[in-house]
Design a protein around this ligand. Structure first.
Ligand code: C2R
Length: 154
């Protein structure tokens, strides 16, 4: 993620990965404030053993696109909900990549962080049948948790 301040959003993705038993590292890397760290991370991520990168950033969110520019790993972008423009700035910065350098862009904010984790798990599950089963069970639990009728107390 681009800043410590993004962790309040991105931690929801981390918690989802925890629930699925998917290993990850959470790091702060900024294309703007720590450009050398970004280049070193993105260029070295595949050799380090990473298989998917989830990049969350807000405002002028160049992190996901610049990360993708330096790696062939799948990069999933999470637009952080910015205070000034409610995340529309983040979304448009991330989603409108030029053809040839892909970023899979998720929804703004918490839902995007959770879905990035689920999508990363789905990608990894293509070559990990046990993870696929855990993902199926996660979805089943979610379905079972949805009540058939609304409650006044919920
Ligand atoms: N968009 C980026 C990048 C980047 O794209 O590299 N680096 C930091 N940021 C964003 O700046 C916002 C404000 O950061 P601060 O709260 O630290 O001022 C964060 O949402 C971060 O993702």
């Amino acid at each position: 993620m681009g800043s410590q301040s993004d962790w309040a959003t991105m931690r929801h993705g981390a918690e989802t990965l925890d629930q699925l038993g998917v290993g990850y590292e959470a790091r702060v890397v900024s294309a703007h404030r720590t450009p050398d760290r970004l280049v070193a991370f993105a260029k070295g991520a595949e050799a380090e053993g990473f298989e998917v990168i989830v990049a969350g950033a807000g405002g002028a969110a160049h992190l996901p696109g610049m990360t993708s520019a330096f790696t062939l790993l799948p990069v999933l972008g999470v637009p952080i909900e910015s205070a000034a423009l409610s995340g529309m700035d983040s979304l448009l910065s991330i989603v409108q990549m030029p053809g040839g350098v892909p970023v899979g862009t998720l929804a703004i904010g918490k839902a995007g962080a959770i879905n990035a984790a689920l999508l990363a798990a789905a990608i990894l599950a293509r070559s990990d049948a046990e993870l696929g089963e855990r993902l199926a069970q996660w979805r089943k639990r979610q379905t079972e948790a949805v009540a058939a009728a609304p409650s006044d107390d919920a």
